[in-house]
Design a protein around this ligand. Sequence first.
Ligand code: NAD
Length: 381
Amino acid sequence: MTVTRKLRMGLVGGGPGAFIGPVHRMAAELDGKIELVAGAFSQSPERSRAAGESFRIDPHRAYADYREMLEVERKRPDAIDFVVIATPNYLHLPVAAAALEAGFAVVSDKPATATYEEALALEQVVAKAGLPYALTHTYAGYALVREARNLCASGRLGEIRKIAVEYLQGWLSAPLERTGQKQAAWRSDPALNGPGGCIGDIGTHAFHLVEYVTGLHVTSLNATLRSVVVGRLLDDDCNAFLRLENGASGVLMVSQVAAGEGNGLRLRVYGEKGSIDWRQEDPNRLRVKWLDGLEEIRHAAGSYLSADARAVARLPGGHPEGFIEAFAVLYREFADALIAWGQGRPNPLPPTLPGIEAGVRGMRFIERAIASSRAESWVEF
Ligand code: NAD
């Protein structure tokens, strides 16, 4: 694969009114390594065409269906290099499998699939295809999340003892799905979303952040899932206790009925010697507190940060970076990995970029949390 041109991306989802598809497009193009050239942006051919127009791509490459996109693109001399999946969850496995089987690498939004069984099936497809597969757990792209991860790995916090992760949103406090609001409609439908509501939609991000930052696996959990809004078919509120492989304990609190909250993701990790505190709504500051010592506020562009964090900061201090830039970090790493793969390197994904393993663990987390809640007891992971 040549490295003198931009990588060509085909997007599935992201039609008019979609939330995350347009973010993928912006993030992918931010570093000048990737361009959107094709897509099946909607299940409606007209809306797919309309999205293609708004993205200023060749109208012939705004396809009516993702299968058509794969079929036509694989025969083009200037074919797409990879497929991005930004659809409701039930399509993640079929689109990813079809893309990989057609020879295209994949960037998928989370959760990896709709069910745990599907994730196991996808893991096999990825292994058989031997192609790069990345999962956009966006928060892994923030410079200060990389700093937090580095601090845990360096041992400076000492043995990790306690973790508190919360992800609080309020937008599903009312039965929005009954008004036709499309993001709420598919997320509340088990057939389109999968069996885990809030626990799948944002719980998987919180769970991923815990394992990503601490480098520790969750080994058992005790979760309580509730549907607070009357008539809602899936959970919209969840509390869980976690046990980690080194004996640390964790508390995970996620909700989409936390009235007034926007995107309140916060992670605190406590070690023997110090602790860290990071909030997604204030992502350019990381609080580090030392036992009997000073409290530090580390800034996203600080020259004192670890090399891992400095590698992904783009702007001088005081210039805020956020969600799109974090997303773009994942795309930059994916682009480099795809080029390396094209040059013959097997398994080129860097450890900082979530892949199929994170996808399977996320789906296992949903499945285990539901099982624990039903049994009202601890379950092994
Ligand atoms: P959305 O409803 O806003 O958008 C989904 C898009 O998929 C729509 O444009 C819809 O027309 C399109 N679509 C549906 N069926 C299709 C088909 N057969 N072919 C092509 N397109 C089709 O949903 P959203 O909020 O953008 O979520 C999409 C995915 O992204 C979900 O899996 C969600 O979990 C994930 N997500 C991730 C993040 C993150 O931070 N990484 C944030 C939000 C959503």
